[in-house]
Design a protein around this ligand. Structure first.
Ligand code: COA
Ligand code: AMP
Length: 633
């Protein structure tokens, strides 16, 4: 099939309003927009102002009311960690969501009120999100692998009236009690929610605080089903916090209508999936991939979505993904390359794959970090289907670059995320804001306006939105990624330009970890950098300089530092290695040379920085790194 990508991209460039107005026909509107794009207040562009929609109506009710999908399975909860599979039809899910919305409304949740959701991978997490959408309330989901302190920061920023939590999460080999973390977070936070609704899981029930906490069952007891509340196109649907360049997370705000239109458009055109088929994003609802492609887009599109509570390996083995694909007739899957690296390591010849009938499986999509060519080749060879890398961010909510299967697949170049998505005027800029030639590396930047579905601002922080994304390259959105576009127009995303690292597809700030380490009583100075890891892509590694006069055993201090990051940020940071060094290499102006240390740890060639204050320090750093096994052979 000849690809229709080029003409589609060109159309979105030349007539964005016509393009997106046409895409908007695929969703249900209570009231159509006054204008497709309001560009009167840059960089605060607004899509479909004046329109009225309800996200939950588009996800559920319309499929039940007149879409003929009431009995179709909407969600499958496949949970090897609890040895259970649960299926919910569109009708059953709609009914549960409507009643839970009624329960939230009884607690004072209404349009614009925030609800924080801290839950494991259970259908009730999606029920809570959709119930908020039904009411026009704003949800903020916090990933379960974050510690109480991170949760507290988000509580103080979002100021939720209600928090919906699971009593526990289940990680291989251990139960993670969420409720004590929640209690600690609420105790630490200045803002106090009026109520918490707790889903009690038999694997780890929680103690409830009378007056404040309600059991999920009691919360819905007697609640009446709530109708969908029409909301303004640009009213926020959710806030999702993501790592910024400091320890303070950024509250990405997504509005209702743009999100609906863009996500629905991607399902057929990028992922090539049809209503009625099963689509599986093996991510977590706490991340943007989970918001967009476990919960919202698959339901907007009338597909069956899988909520998988397990890992690619160890639950129970590295055939877990193949089992899920075969058992639920998954046509299209989306996950992070790290998951496939983990499978490849355990089962290099993909022997377990042969146990399952994968004949219905069509396409594998990878994102969250760069897909390394090895992993792509391995997946292509063994699965025998197209393996598609695509690039996106929490901020954009959907892909910036990909390979549009629904428009006709373009040839794959391993290591490239293929071509810009229609709606994104992606350019590579130098420091003077000029476009560089094809093949030259620079800042990957999007000429404003961003397409529908991307962030509209930071929560209660318009100034932060401008300073974080709009100031470095005036007129452009700064992605924070560097890379190039080759002669064929293929996009190559190479590295971050800030202190963000990507650990097993999870986005983390090394600056945030440095803030935690700096708080250790014996640490005078520190640096954290991301070093290459065969499975997780990157892992953080810390360098600690101790205060003068501290003569405790360095290994004790390292142990405490590791524990502090786990306690303050969470196990997801995977901060396990640090070394004590006498001093850190710096430029003469005092800037720590993290990049140079990173290259030494990775065993890469590096040029001695001309501005280094004392080159001999690098030998000391290399010796310290060797003591903890870096560079890895
Ligand atoms: N609640 C509580 N703890 C959690 C958690 C959650 N929801 N998710 C992860 N953790 C903990 C893990 O138990 C682990 O703790 P440990 O240090 O005690 O072992 C730590 O956080 C790191 O977890 P994870 O990143 O999952 O690493 P892992 O070593 O357990 O597994 C992979 C490695 C590659 C199998 C795993 O990272 C994976 O499946 N990744 C898929 C990536 C993904 O979904 N990315 C989202 C973007 S698409
Ligand atoms: P997050 O906001 O957690 O989705 O992380 C977004 C960041 O992950 C991007 O800015 C990139 O640095 C990285 N990323 C995501 N997908 C890709 C990809 N396909 N190729 C390269 N980097 C990616």
């Amino acid at each position: 099939m000849t690809s229709r990508y080029e003409e589609t991209y060109a159309r979105a460039q030349s007539d964005p309003e016509g393009f997106w107005a046409e895409a908007a026909e695929a969703i249900h509107w209570y009231k159509r927009w006054d204008r497709v794009l309001d560009d009167s207040n840059p960089p605060f562009y607004r899509w479909f102002p004046g329109g009225e929609v309800n996200t939950c109506y588009n996800a559920l009710d319309r499929h039940v009311d007149d879409g003929g999908r009431g009995d179709q399975i909407a969600l499958i909860h496949d949970s090897p960690v609890t040895d259970s599979v649960r299926r919910l039809s569109y009708r059953a899910l709609r009914d549960q969501v409507a009643v839970f919305a009624g329960a939230l409304a009884r607690l004072g949740v209404a349009k614009g009120v925030r609800v924080l959701i801290y839950m494991p991978m259970v259908p009730e997490a999606a029920v809570a999100m959709l119930a908020c959408a039904r009411l026009g309330a704003i949800h903020s989901v916090v990933f379960g692998g974050f510690a109480a302190n991170e949760l507290a920061t988000r509580i103080d920023d979002a100021k939720p009236r209600v928090i919906v939590a699971g009593s526990c999460g289940i990680e291989p080999g251990r139960i993670v009690a969420y409720k004590p973390l929640l209690d600690e977070a609420i105790a630490t936070a200045a803002h106090k929610p009026a109520h918490c609704i707790v889903l009690q899981r038999p694997q780890g029930p929680a103690t409830l605080i009378p007056g404040r906490d309600l059991d999920w069952g009691d919360a819905i007891d007697g609640a009446s089903a709530h109708e969908c509340v029409p909301v303004g196109a640009n009213d926020p649907l959710y806030i999702l916090y993501t790592s910024g360049t400091t320890g303070v997370p950024k509250g990405i705000v997504r509005d209702n209508a743009g999100h609906l239109v863009a996500l629905e458009w991607t399902m057929a055109n990028h992922y090539g999936v049809a209503p009625g088929e099963a689509f599986w994003a093996a991510s977590d609802i706490g991340w943007v991939v989970g918001h967009s492609y476990i919960v919202y887009a698959p339901l907007f599109h009338g597909t069956t979505s899988i909520i998988y509570e397990g890992k690619p390996v160890g639950t129970p083995d590295s055939g877990a993904f193949w089992r899920v694909i075969a058992e639920h007739d998954v046509k299209v899957m989306f996950t992070a390359p790290t998951a496939f690296r983990a499978i490849k390591r355990e089962d290099p010849e993909a022997k377990l794959m042969k146990r399952y009938d994968l004949s219905g499986f069509r396409t594998l999509f990878l994102a969250g970090e760069r897909s390394d060519p090895d992993t792509m080749e391995w997946s292509e060879t063994h699965l025998g289907v197209p393996v598609i890398d695509h690039w996106w961010q929490t901020e954009t909510g959907w892909l910036i670059a990909g390979n549009f299967i629904g428009l006709g697949q373009l040839p794959v170049k391993h290591g490239s995320a293929t071509k810009p998505a229609p709606g994104y005027d992606l350019q590579v800029l130098d420091e003077q804001n000029r476009q560089v030639a094809a093949g030259q590396i620079g800042a990957l930047s999007v000429k404003m306006p961003l397409p529908p579905g991307s962030l509209t601002t930071l929560w209660h922080n318009d100034a932060g939105y401008v300073s974080s994304y709009m100031e470095a390259y005036p007129g452009y959105y700064q992605t924070g990624d560097a890379g190039y576009i080759d002669e064929d127009g293929y996009v190559w995303v190479m590295t971050r330009t800030d202190d963000i690292i990507n650990v097993a597809g999870h986005r983390l700030s090394t600056g945030g970890m440095e803030e935690v380490l700096a708080a250790h009583a014996d640490v005078a100075e520190c640096a954290v950098m991301g070093v290459a890891d065969a499975i997780k892509g990157q892992v953080p590694l810390g360098m600690l300089v101790l205060k003068a006069g501290v003569n405790r055993p360095p290994e004790d201090i390292v142990g405490e530092a590791v524990q502090m990051v786990r306690d303050r940020i969470g196990p997801v940071a995977a901060f396990k290695t640090a070394i004590v060094v006498a001093r850190l290499p710096k430029t003469r102006s005092g800037k720590i040379l993290r990049g140079t240390m990173q290259k030494i740890a990775n065993g890469e060639d590096f040029r001695m920085p001309a501005t280094i204050d004392d080159p001999a320090i690098l030998d000391e750093i290399a010796t310290g790194l060797k003591s903890v096994g870096y560079p890895k052979s």
